[in-house]
Design a protein around this ligand. Structure first.
Ligand code: ADP
Length: 182
């Protein structure tokens, strides 16, 4: 029987409990899961690639068949390089589905031997996104239920609490809806 290795790619900026749920469930389905942290996604990042890899590694140490790597370039190229036939992704919503459908089509065209395996997000963190997590963290909200402790500490070091709660800083922030005052 072939060893089934799955690749779980993403930005993981930073890893949170929703990602950990998918990695945990994938680790029960596949003999080996490689979490692949995308080096340069077309979006603004809070954490460096090394920080994202370190945070993910620490969050997943309890899963012996899960490892973490960083990667650049096409996901299917990395999948081929490490001999993976399955790409795992999490599906939260119809919006996720539409994105995964398009990406899945491109990947299938580029690498027909690689299958996409979407796991439905369930449970307490099914609506959590790294974007909301970072916004709440930046505004000094209590997000400890959404991440492991070491990720909480890393986020707090990026957004020192006193600074985040300062009224002048709140008023000077232009981005984000959670901090919006009309
Ligand atoms: P990307 O930028 O590639 O979407 P993310 O780090 O945002 O990277 O997400 C990586 C994967 O984890 C995606 O498949 C995404 O759907 C999934 N995911 C994101 N948030 C959650 C969540 N709350 N629960 C389960 N899976 C999630």
């Amino acid at each position: 029987m072939h060893m089934t290795r799955a690749l779980y790619p993403g930005t993981f900026d930073p890893i949170h409990n929703g990602h950990i749920d998918i990695a945990t469930r994938a680790s029960a389905l596949f003999e080996e899961v490689v979490v692949a942290v995308y080096d340069a996604p077309p979006k603004k990042l809070l954490f460096t690639t090394q920080e994202r890899v370190d945070l993910a590694q620490q969050a997943l140490t309890h899963l012996p068949n899960v490892s973490v790597i960083a990667y650049t370039g096409l996901t299917v190229t990395v999948a081929r390089e490490i001999g993976t036939k399955v790409i795992v992704r999490g599906l939260r919503s119809v919006a996720d589905f539409e994105y995964e459908r398009q990406m899945g089509w491109a990947n299938q065209d580029l690498a027909p031997e690689i299958e996409l395996c979407c796991l439905l997000c369930t449970g307490d963190y099914a609506s959590l996104s790294a974007t909301i997590l970072k916004e709440v963290a930046s505004l000094g909200g209590d997000f400890h239920r959404w991440t492991p402790d070491h990720v909480q500490a890393a986020l707090e070091s990026k957004f020192p609490r006193a600074e985040a709660l300062s009224p002048s800083r709140m008023l000077s922030r232009s981005a984000g809806k959670l901090g919006h005052r009309s």
